[in-house]
Design a protein around this ligand. Sequence first.
Ligand SMILES: [Fe+2]
Length: 295
Amino acid sequence: MPNVAETAAYYADFGLAPETGGVFSTVDGGKQLKLAEAPTRRLLEIRMGVDDPDDLDRIAASLARLGVTAKRDGTVLVTEEPVAGFRAVIEIAERLAQPEVPATPYNGPGRIERDTARAPVLSRGQPVRPRKLGHVVIGSTDRAATQRFFTEGLGFKTSDEVLGVAAFMRCSTDHHNVLVQQAPVNFLHHTSWQLDDVDEVGRGAMAMLEKHPERHAWGLGRHYIGSNFFWYLKDPAGNFSEYYSDLDCIIDDQLWQPGVFEGARSLYDWGPPLPPSFLLPEDVAGLMTGSHQSR
Ligand SMILES: [Fe+2]
């Protein structure tokens, strides 16, 4: 983005911990975001972990079959996605093992989990701190090709699809780590950050909006695809950032039935009405007009 300093202040407010060089870390995931200067906002690079050198060999061979070149340098494989044009770095890394956070006690009919006590959220004074980066959503002018890059090239699995529009893909037990959506221009739609529970989603968003109501984008709601609670906010560069909790997890690939969805269900199960500029933010429409004019 052009406005790195302003955007960095936003992500510090968001609860990511600033490191040096525009890098931010999460509680469980470590360094997971880097802001860098660019003439317009866009995704420059995405980094993924694999277990061993065999994985790198397999990915390099799969990419070659797609006609995509990749450069191997020791434990790292670097390539470029052919449509949206971001760098993809695949490196041998430890799997992320998250410590278990105890379930929040919620009372229900005939089910008193919180005996003679007020809700825990009322005594949570600390600002929210995302546990990890959950997923990245990429707008591509050729969704099918970008999707193939992730599935046939990098080995992602498809969890669910929106008919002709988007694919939710995973490289972990999370329902999705990357989502590619069809778009008139290539752009970064949002990044999404895991919180402990729905109370943290509400608390985090409220804190972000207290002095900056213009940051609000869409929420609170629950998605249908992935089932997660969501609240989307907008950074000063125009990228959405999502707080989420309670995302579907796919432990046994054999037991998951990928679905193909259409209409409202592809967007959410419940929540406020979809803002008109959510799927295609206004500045992206502007970029598109600009790219047409310059031809
Ligand atoms: Fe999301």
